[in-house]
Design a protein around this ligand. Structure first.
Ligand code: FSO
Ligand code: SF4
Length: 544
């Protein structure tokens, strides 16, 4: 196996025997084979579009299959066997439709014709033989750019899938994914073309995040500032992790009146601020911190635990029976709730467990500072900047992880001077989300914009401020201090770069799949930089 797609990759170069994330060689090979199978399907889809054939089922499948290969989503070989079989059967049926419409179905690329082996062992062998990452390009810089795009497309597919679940789709997103997956079967592109392909991924991702924002706010209302209890209420309990608001809503409906309190974990925290979710009286509080702490925090949760997306880690035997998955996330031998979304097994498990035996007060944290709320007080913010009450804005966000070096972000937030505001999003915030940082003129200094996909909201806030100050986003007193872990962070970074945003600081380490030459291109064009050794150094450079 060779996988280097996330920040915790072995030795900072690549996982070759088993993933640091727990991914086994078998699953790594199956993911490579699925990616290859999706390339074959994409080649046919591209030819189909040329003759007006657009297949919605193929579009949705493509996004789901790519999302399944994202870090910490699916560790179950059987499900990958099914995904690969479906990719090939969709490819063949699409060929028939495209041919009937007068399109081309003669392909030189082997991806468009491969037959999957009948067994998982056979598939694993096929996947391993691909040597997928190395086969992308013989030239290491071009391969690096192709990897950036493959990983970026994984993040993009995740957001496109979440948006589609809430009824928000745009054909241009699927067109880009198919065209790109097809283009990645070829070699001979030059560096500039591939830089363009990667930036285009970021541009399309802005659309995908916009669709998801429309899905979330259109279905559940605009987030409103909401204090969320960090303590617990006596009674039975279910903890919901991942990112999916729709799954949470269905669970809230199915648990109404059953005496079960629902808690959020990780990236689900901002769900408390959506009016159509917060209206449920049994939607109580938030439990725990970021994904990498689940092995420490989950054994202490006396209820059922539902994963709606990444990031799942190997469940310890002590709590494995309490864990359930749904959607694209999966772990072998963990009960999976299928598309019918009947959460009865989760509910029954919660009822069978002890639940919390007493009330515990641990205070609250504030969430719900999406674009609507922040722009609702834009006048106040602008006046405060003009009056020099606000000196600078920092966006400190991104994803958390287990590797050392991430204390930088906690210390950074602690050291930000009192006349500066901090916007945050995604799971990186759990390093400082409960800090009491006070306010400036009644506006809290620490504003939780939401999940990682709410980078869309943060971008809208920045664009609106730039409009008010009649300057570009790069001219605002705003600095982005980002942490990355998996491929959604990769695509968000591509989005920011595609918008021309400069001087982003990235940590805790730079991606293993970026070569020195590609890094030079990014530094020259976007002045992107690694975080400094200490927050004090970066603060000094930024604030002068
Ligand atoms: Fe974190 Fe995991 Fe949300 Fe990622 S929970 S690491 S960037 O999935 O997507 O922020
Ligand atoms: Fe290694 Fe990350 Fe790939 Fe897992 S996802 S195998 S930790 S690089």
């Amino acid at each position: 196996m060779f996988c280097n797609q996330c920040e915790q990759t072995a030795q900072g170069t690549g996982c070759t025997k088993v993933g640091v994330c727990g991914k086994k060689e078998e699953v790594a090979s199956l993911q490579d084979l699925l990616t290859y199978a999706v390339q074959g399907l994409s080649l046919v889809a591209v030819e189909g579009r040329k003759v007006g054939v657009v297949d919605k089922a193929v579009d949705r499948f493509t996004a789901e299959a790519i999302f399944a290969c994202l870090t910490n989503v699916d560790f179950d070989p059987i499900r990958f066997q099914n995904w690969i079989a479906t990719a090939v059967s969709l490819r063949e049926s699409l060929k028939t439709t495209v041919k009937a419409a007068g399109g081309n179905v003669d392909f030189a690329e082997p991806q468009a014709a491969f037959t999957p082996a009948a067994t998982i062992a056979g598939l694993e062998d096929q996947g391993a033989k691909l040597d997928f990452i190395n086969s992308l390009d013989a030239n290491e810089d071009l391969r690096s750019l192709k990897q950036i795009t493959v990983y970026g497309v994984r993040g993009l597919a995740a957001y496109a899938d979440h948006a589609a679940i809430l009824g928000q789709e745009d054909e241009s997103v699927f067109t880009y994914i198919h065209e790109t997956m097809a283009e990645l079967t070829r070699q001979g592109q030059d560096l500039n073309t591939l830089v363009g392909m990667a930036l285009k991924c970021g541009e399309v991702n802005l659309k995908a995040m916009e669709l998801l924002d429309a899905g979330n706010t259109g279905t559940y209302g605009h987030p409103v500032p909401t204090p969320v209890p960090l303590g617990q209420k006596k009674g039975k309990a279910i903890l919901v992790s991942g990112h999916d608001l729709h799954d949470l809503e269905l669970l809230l409906k199915q648990t109404e009146g059953k005496g079960i309190n629902i808690y959020t974990h990780g990236e689900m925290l901002p769900c408390h601020s959506y009016p159509e979710l917060k209206k449920y009286s049994h939607f109580y509080g938030h439990y725990g911190t970021a994904w990498q702490n689940q092995a420490k925090e989950f054994p202490l949760f006396p209820g059922a635990i539902l994963f709606t997306t990444n990031c799942i880690q190997k469940p310890a035997e002590s709590y494995k029976a309490n864990v359930f998955t749904t959607g694209l996330v999966g772990w072998p031998d963990v009960t999976h709730i299928g598309a019918e979304k009947d959460f009865t097994p989760v509910i029954n498990r919660a009822l069978a467990l002890e639940g919390f035996t007493s009330d515990t007060d641990k205070g609250t944290v504030l969430t719900g500072f999406g674009r609507n709320t922040v722009l609702g007080v834009a006048d106040k913010v602008i006046d405060a900047v003009k009056a020099k009450a606000i000196r600078h804005f920092f966006l400190v966000g991104g994803c958390d992880g287990a590797k050392p070096g991430r204390n930088y972000y906690t210390e950074f937030v602690e050291q930000v001077p009192a006349d500066c505001m901090i916007l945050t999003l995604a799971c990186g915030k759990f390093r400082f989300f409960d800090k009491q940082l006070g306010d400036i003129g009644g506006i809290p200094r620490l504003l939780d914009v939401g999940q990682c996909n709410d980078a869309y909201s943060a971008i809208q806030i920045a664009v609106a401020l730039a409009g008010a100050f009649e300057c570009g986003v790069n001219d605002l007193p705003l600095s982005m201090i980002l942490s990355w872990y998996e491929q959604k962070a990769v695509v968000i970074l591509l989005t920011l770069l595609s918008l021309g945003i400069k001087d982003i600081r990235l940590g805790p380490s730079l991606p293993a799949f970026i070569t020195p030459n590609v890094l030079n291109v990014l530094v020259e064009n976007f002045a992107i930089k690694p975080i400094a050794a200490t927050p004090a150094e970066d603060l000094k450079t930024i604030l002068g």
